[in-house]
Design a protein around this ligand. Structure first.
Ligand code: T1G
Length: 697
């Protein structure tokens, strides 16, 4: 407990005042912390016995920035800009002693200090753009004055953190100190902090941009091209340009104006929604107090196919030894050979060193006998999607796995409860649905069976995080959450082709919306035979998709699918053969083709998905609307700056979504397009999906 207020402690070390921020978990600069800082610095200023000041935080965080939960609420003074100005105006030298992270407003706070020192593992950055914002407390004006326009632009527009050694090399910090904080910083300050050096008064680092009018555009162009939050990226670049061309106060005023515009933008609201939903989604819904995940020191994977190999790599990459089980040496060699190939590619690309690849590869061993899973703390089955085969495997796993081991299936839609029922330990059985390629895609649907224990669930979620995934707990149903909603989009995609659209028109509606690829190009990439086999297994039909497969058009792997693929095998070109196949299919169904607008295509693809999401919430298959958004962001490349399907529905307005669904149902006679009861209720009451009760009972 601090002696200034709950978040701030003012200590004395001889003639040095040490101000300590302690607002768990990350020293977010909420009102109490800002108010405490103002009081502490006023005291240090007025205390004649104080010659200089050291400002520090905790080992985890100097400060994680402004308190994002305060955005959109009435502002309370002192605001962050006032706190930073008060520090910069202090007539005594102030040293920021940075451990952990100094991000966003946290780094801006450090830039208001006259010196900065950092611990070797500290990370500094201005990630506001990842929230659809720009640094709003002087960062776009002070950082260029400290390290120059070019480097400042890169840090601000990418939003990427800078590790302490690089920060030292750039001049973001004056020193990197090994010793314990804050003592090491106090000692450094006594030796080096001689005067209050105010960044707002510096201009030498701005000279190159002032001398070369084209510099900013040249540096900004590639950065803006790569940025996902376009509105915020442009604002960042213009604010930094103001630093070069205008006075500090004029630049700061422009930064403020941009911030006030951006904080109200849909793009920023979506990205802030994503930030909190990603964290919320990883909390096991309704976990009883005191339930802890079990330790996972060893893993086993059954099946060394594409998925099994990728899953095994996730564990090896996280430093967890993993045993891969196959039925034959030939299958095992093929699977491990694929893993070897993946690591070699990563080394060639420079994403990991050869030594790191060797270290990871050494953690991965192949075996032909189930007995080898005996000391695994978690076993993940990743064999062919055939229930009888999976049940046979689960009987074996039940025989060989040690007590307390979590036994998971990587199935993408089969019933976990049926698998659990053939074991003596249904409490330890659940689903862990990885997305291909498993060693790349971050989403992990953790499927809670009817009898899955809270410990097993907590263990699977903890392991998911440990191997770098975004684990989201979902319930048992056909397709769980992501694929169940995807099926709705796929059905509409097929209908749109039959009614008059062409693949390139449907795909363009989604790429213009922000997806990297449309559904048909994505189908060609994954292989059209996957969906075809699924439909065969279920006895369902998709006329156009089936016709393509039956004509040998499986997608990129056969050089043609919905599109034709040229020499590079990847660039899709509309194919008159496909257009004829589609128009013939329409004719065979006596469907009068018509021109369909891009807006109707977009709504026909997205609104039935949103409707299915409402049913998923009603049934308790997902605990929170944000969980559904996170699933689509990390499993299906939904554009983050659109927030996710359920967030997007709120932006468009649930009454509008409901009315369009009614219209689609009337036009097609497909009653399943009618608004789900939850959607209709929320549309009528004016509430959003965020108001839906959270976790399942
Ligand atoms: N405000 C409010 N809560 C925050 C927060 C923040 N800035 N940062 C983290 N939290 C919460 C988070 O929701 C979670 O809560 C808990 O802290 C732990 O977070 C004016 C306008 C700091 C690297 O963008 O990148 O400054 O789930 O699980 O993995 O120019 O949090 O436990 O209830 O992520 O150790 C700019 C955002 C803000 C940094 C720590 N700052 N945070 O990672 O823990 S805008 C950021 C992070 C701004 C100024 C502008 C990470 C982290 P709960 P965590 P972590």
């Amino acid at each position: 407990m601090g002696n200034i207020n709950a978040c701030v402690d003012l200590q004395r070390d001889g003639d040095v005042a040490v101000i300590v921020m302690d607002n768990p978990p990350v020293n977010a600069l909420g009102f109490a912390l800002r108010d405490g800082l103002m009081q502490a610095f006023a005291r240090a200023r007025d205390d004649a016995g104080v010659r200089l000041v050291v400002l520090t935080g905790t080992e985890r965080a100097f400060s994680g920035g402004a308190d994002i939960t305060e955005f959109g609420k009435p502002p309370r003074e002192p605001n962050l800009r006032q706190v930073i100005t008060a520090i910069e105006d202090l007539p005594k030298p102030v040293v920021a002693a940075i451990q952990g992270v100094a991000l966003g407003g946290g780094l801006e706070l450090a830039l208001g200090c006259h010196y900065r020192v950092a611990a070797p593992k500290a990370r500094l950055g201005l990630p506001e753009i990842k929230l659809g914002l720009l640094p709003g407390a002087g960062g776009t004006q002070r950082l260029p004055r400290l390290i120059g326009i070019e480097k400042a632009l890169e840090i601000i527009v990418t939003g990427d953190p800078v590790p302490a050694p690089a920060a030292l090399a750039l001049g973001m910090v004056e020193a990197m100190l090994d010793g314990p904080f804050p003592a090491a910083a106090v000692a450094w300050a006594r030796q080096n902090a001689t005067a209050p050096r105010r960044l707002r008064e510096r201009t030498d680092k701005l000279e190159p941009a002032r001398a070369d009018a084209g510099l900013i555009d040249r540096v900004a162009a590639p950065l803006l091209k790569r940025a996902r939050a376009q509105q915020a990226a442009r604002a960042c670049a213009e604010a930094v340009r103001a630093a070069a061309e205008k006075s500090f106060d004029e630049g700061a005023a422009l930064e403020r104006q941009f911030f006030m515009e951006l904080v109200k933008s849909d793009e920023s609201k979506a990205l802030r929604h994503v930030f909190f939903s990603e964290r919320e989604a990883q909390k096991v819904p309704n976990l009883p107090a005191g339930v802890e995940p079990r330790k996972v020191l060893r893993a086993a994977v059954i099946g060394a196919g594409t998925m099994g190999g990728g899953i095994s790599m996730c564990f090896a990459n996280a430093g967890i030894p993993v045993t891969v089980i196959e039925t034959s040496q030939e299958a095992l060699d093929r699977g491990l050979g694929r893993v070897e190939g993946n690591y070699n590619t990563s080394v060639k690309r420079g994403s990991i060193t050869a030594d790191e690849a060797a270290r990871r590869r050494a953690l991965l061993e192949g075996k032909l006998d189930f007995a080898a899973i005996a000391d695994a703390d978690i076993v993940i089955e990743a064999v062919f999607e055939e229930m009888e085969l999976k049940k046979q495997i689960f009987r074996e796993l039940d025989r060989h796995a040690k007590p307390g081991a979590v036994i998971a299936s990587n199935t993408s839609y089969l019933d976990i409860n049926e698998m659990a029922a053939v074991t003596s330990r249904p409490g330890d059985v659940l689903g862990m649905h990885f997305f291909s390629p498993a060693n790349v895609m971050r989403l992990l649907e953790v499927v809670r069976g009817a009898k899955t224990s809270p410990e097993a669930l907590a263990t699977a979620v903890a392991v998911g995080r440990a191997i770098g995934k975004v684990p989201v707990v979902v319930g048992v149903c056909d397709g769980f959450v992501g694929n169940r909603m995807l099926a709705r989009r796929g059905a509409q995609g097929e209908r749109l082709l039959l009614e008059g659209a062409l693949p390139q028109e449907v795909d363009r509606a989604l790429t213009d919306f922000g997806f990297r690829m449309g559904p048909f190009a994505m189908g060609d990439l994954a292989g059209l035979d996957i969906g075809w086999r699924l439909r065969q297994a279920r006895g369902t039909r998709a006329i156009v998709a089936d016709a393509l497969v039956e004509a040998g058009r499986l997608g990129q792997k056969t050089g043609k699918g919905y599109y034709a693929y040229g020499a590079d095998g990847r660039t899709p070109t509309p194919d008159p053969e496909v257009e004829k196949l589609i128009t013939d299919a329409s004719a065979s169904l006596q469907i009068q083709r018509r021109a369909i607008s891009q807006q109707e295509i977009l709504e026909r693809l997205l609104f039935p998905m949103i409707n299915e999401g409402a049913r998923i919430l009603e049934e308790g298959i997902a605990a929170r609307a944000g969980d559904i958004d996170v699933i689509w962001l990390h499993g299906y490349n939904w554009p983050a700056y659109r927030g996710g399907p359920m967030f997007y529905a709120g932006l468009v307005g649930l009454p509008y979504v409901a009315s369009r669904l009614e219209a689609f149902a009337d036009a097609s006679g497909d009653a399943s397009l009618r608004p789900a009861p939850l959607l209709a209720r929320l549309a009528a009451s004016g509430e959003g999906f965020g108001s839906v009760g959270t976790a399942r009972g």
